[in-house]
Design a protein around this ligand. Structure first.
Ligand SMILES: O=C(O)C[C@H]1C=CC(=O)O1
Length: 96
């Protein structure tokens, strides 16, 4: 199942820089692992924002929820989720 996810990161301005750096490093490690598993299919920076557009490919809504909840930056993100399905005009064969 494919989901378009927008993540807006809002770290507290007074957060300890060392804590912020650790959170970002942990998030990067987890994100890259999910990408290698094929679950985090796309990750794009939204230009000019500390935010991203992502596409997740997971087995269920529950798996998406659990995956997002486990992100180290989850407590500091505003997240918007939209489910995706094939477009009848799409010519791409890999739109699974
Ligand atoms: O930077 C972000 O958009 C937030 C988050 C998503 C992946 C990652 O490494 O950090």
């Amino acid at each position: 199942m494919l989901f378009h996810v927008k993540m807006i990161v809002k770290l507290p301005v007074d957060m300890d820089p060392a804590k912020a750096a650790t959170l970002k490093a942990d998030e990067k490690e987890l994100a890259q692992g999910l990408m290698r598993e094929g679950k985090w299919r796309h990750l794009w920076r939204i230009a000019g924002q500390y935010a991203n557009y992502s596409v997740f490919d997971v087995a269920s809504v529950q798996e998406l929820h659990d995956t997002l909840m486990q992100l180290p930056l989850f407590p500091y993100m505003e997240i918007e989720v939209n489910p995706l399905c094939r477009h009848p005009s799409s010519i791409r064969e890999d739109d699974t």
